[in-house]
Ligand binder design. Structure first.
Ligand code: GSH
Length: 217
């Protein structure tokens, strides 16, 4: 399927190239929504033969942010930092250097979970005989380890960093949502980590989260 243009912002000059199931793309969509930044969503699955993604990102990955008047931006970490800087609406990354790094550590943890989970998902798509069980196990350890770290760090607080909603919560929420999409019957993170379940429920009250739940594949 060729890239498909969607959303009410069709024909907006700034574009976000994304798939609807990518947790990294969901992160960018949520940040843009919280920051009230308009763009046109161009849905493109980077695994499809006719994907246009490599024309914008030599790494062939989504999300890619294509500003009206500048170079295409990737990856999601660069894009969200850029978006947070260009609009004064609801700051999602602290200005203070130490606090900023603490939030970015959360981002690295949540993104790392998604990287490992996606590798397992892809490995399992290969013919059964070609699948590497040890590789899958190695990646699954990263997923469970990241969940444990997130849960421990969050403790009984409402938000991942400090007293307020930030990019840290967005990244964790996207990682948890991705586990729901790809590992629903296998990883019961709500039961093993009830504080993450409470956080996710809190996040899902926000329109930006509700509107970007990945469609069941
Ligand atoms: N670190 C990147 C990860 C992006 C990523 O892995 N995207 C996946 C979709 S979830 C992709 O486009 N994969 C295609 C490929 O690896 O060729 C980011 O944060 O944007």
């Amino acid at each position: 399927m060729a890239a498909k243009k969607t959303t009410s912002n069709a024909n907006h000059k700034t574009k976000l190239i994304a798939s609807l199931t990518s947790p990294f793309a969901r992160k960018v969509r949520i940040v843009a929504s919280e920051k009230r930044i308009e763009y046109e969503l161009v849905v493109d699955i980077p695994w499809n033969e006719d994907t246009q993604v490599p024309k914008h990102n030599p790494l062939g990955k989504v999300p890619v942010w294509v500003p009206e008047d500048g170079k295409a931006l990737f990856d999601s970490r660069v894009i969200v930092e850029y978006l947070d800087g260009i609009s004064p609406v609801s700051h999602l990354l602290p200005k203070d250097a130490r606090a900023r790094i603490a939030v970015k550590r959360w981002e690295a943890l949540a993104d790392g979970l998604c990287d490992a989970a996606a590798l397992v998902f892809l490995e399992r798509k290969r013919p059964a005989k070609q699948q590497d069980k040890a590789w899958i196990e190695r990646q699954m350890k990263k997923v469970t380890g990241a969940l444990e770290e997130m849960s421990e760090e969050l403790g009984q607080r409402d938000w991942c960093h400090g007293e307020a909603y930030s990019l840290a919560d967005i990244c964790v929420g996207c990682a948890l949502g991705y586990l729901d999409l790809r590992f629903k019957d296998e990883i019961d993170w709500r039961r093993s980590h009830p504080n993450l379940a409470e956080l996710y429920d809190r996040l899902m009250q926000r329109p930006a989260f509700k509107e970007t739940v990945p469609p069941a594949a």
